[in-house]
Design a binder for this molecule. Sequence first.
Ligand code: GLA
Length: 728
Amino acid sequence: MLSPDDVMEMSPNLSGRVLHLSRGGTSVVIDLDAVPHPAIVHWGEELAGSTDETLRGLAVAARPQRVSGGLDAPARATLVATPAGGWLGTPGLEGHRDGASFSVRLELVDVEADGHRARLSLVDPEARLSAQLELDVGTAGLLRQRITLRNDGDSRYTLQHLHLAFPVPWDATELLDTTGRHLRERTPQRHPFGYGTYLRESRRGRPGADATLLLAAGRPGFGFERGRVHAVHVAWSGNHRLVAERSVSGEAFLAGGELFAPGEVVLAPGESLTSPEVIGSWGDGLNELAHRFHDEWRSRPEHPRRPRPVTLNTWEAVYFDHTLDRLTALADAAASVGVERFVLDDGWFLGRRDDTAGLGDWYVDPTVWPEGLHPLVDHVRARGMEFGLWVEPEMVNPDSDLARRHPDWVLRGRTTLPPSARQQQVLDLAHPDAYAYVAERLHSLVAEYPIAYLKWDHNRDLLDAGSGPEGIARVREHTLALYRLLDELKAAHPDLEIESCASGGARVDLGILARTDRIWTSDNLDPLERLVNQRYTALVVPPEMMGMHLTSPVVHSTGRTVDLDLSAAVALLGHVGIEWDLTGTDDETRRRIAAWVDYAKRVRPIVATGRTVDVDGTEPGIDVRGVVARDRSSAVFTLTQTDTTVSYPPGRVRVPGLDPGTQYRIRVVGGSTHAAAQSGLPWQEHDIRLTGRELDVVGLRPPVQYPQRSTVIELVAQSDTQAQGGAR
Ligand code: GLA
């Protein structure tokens, strides 16, 4: 194995060299001798106890035999595998020089590495391309990869495709990804991972409601608690592509990268392109895989750390009906139940009386707000709440002063506009004047009003998104301009928080979450549907970055009537808010909401720092999930009755994730009893204690509940037992 010093000096003789990167419980072993350039031999569980010699052996053990009908030198799924290197599957890189020079075969010329990071320099003098490949194993064991490709030639190089590959174990024969639509994002789907290519593409200029958040491959039947599983996520808010490929040559990998439109990336001589980060995680079960994402995201200096303010968003309360009286009454009601942030949604700017006009004209509408937003903002702040404002800066209605004055600022691939969606089009943010206008408007608004928070929306897919008379594809440039705008706003207003919303949760990725503070998880506030959406969103997104709001009793998106306790329990394990016209609620309802808000404030430190636990194997009709404090001294779980169960009273459920040797007292915080329950719940009536192991292995009876009800339980370690139990 190479010591860091060796690695620095090793070029040009690379014979017999293996690189071992490791951190956070993850090992990555790279065979530097693979032909024509390195291949990852292992990515996953930390190989404690391996020696230099065994790791060299491991690299040799991965090498294929020559077989009939194959190449004389069998090819490998190397880091950027191409046909010129013998790879017959999906190439890692494709491009050409005006129809010629399609052949690429990158070779390793230099390596720099320390214990968890490596930078590999690859060149192809004949193709006149060079690449720097960065691999970094993070503190929680995520593997991040990024590549910078440079055109070393004297002609333009058109890049068609570039992805980064993550090999997975051969026994990972089941795939998991997500799909969805508006009001139903991140619906899981599973498939066998057979021979061939499984491809998920996002072509909507934002990941999209139907996009997969990640592509996972694991041992058949892998669940949240158990079963080895690996997954890859593309940290990018434009178009992307994820591939799972199993080759008959005995190699399986996941790969991800940006998806380019024709001609979108043409590198001038000397020009380079840096890919988005493609991030891999793994675990024995999806819970562990998700914890790596959460832990690493939380370790960033810019991660929101102060307690997540309980938010009231005005959208479903008033829609476009903006009047000062109505909104101040809503603010009073919000303050009375303990809300800390009041967000004025769509409808405040010029001409915006409904969703047909106004986008782009980011001036407060004097016909609705003759004194500006000041009276409302002052009212909100006088009641001790922060003020937040909705914007949709990348969009424009054709019926707006902006579109009338600057038709050339609207993205289009041809002379006619792209198909309309929600009566709107997309602004060409990469156009310097359009960018300057939007930036000026946002900076001015944030400077004029004490705005603590922007809800940044993006309500349509990008179609035929080009610019200029030549019709040059623009999704990439648009996405980069968006990132720049967000970064500049944050730099200029360091306390400003930003939410990423896109018709609910159609732009959820770690590219946007690197520069915003939370996502609006879905426009669907139905708690039963949110259970699925939130569980799968949390595979990547830390729960405190997921907006979870109490709904009005009749859910606007499904028409279902839901119980307040259910709605609150389902919102409890995230960034809690309210999406409901509280002015119409009676005193008793407000008292109950206030009690939930109060409880959410007590629980939020655990939610923001603890470990999410999703429980496998519960009987259909019961959902068990929770969050366990980092030191495992306490936990909050919800036992949600999604439907009736066949067992009656229901059989026991397990409560895993606690310290096995510590005893816990269990308290019911909120819940309801089924009229048919003829006696109390015995464990609730007796002051029992159970060890973490007993809770995990054996479990307890959930209460008999009506369907669509939830019970919240709190588990608190008994300090006299904690010392004996100790950490595992
Ligand atoms: C999108 C958002 C909603 C709301 C509306 C306003 O649909 O997801 O929360 O802000 O836009 O038009």
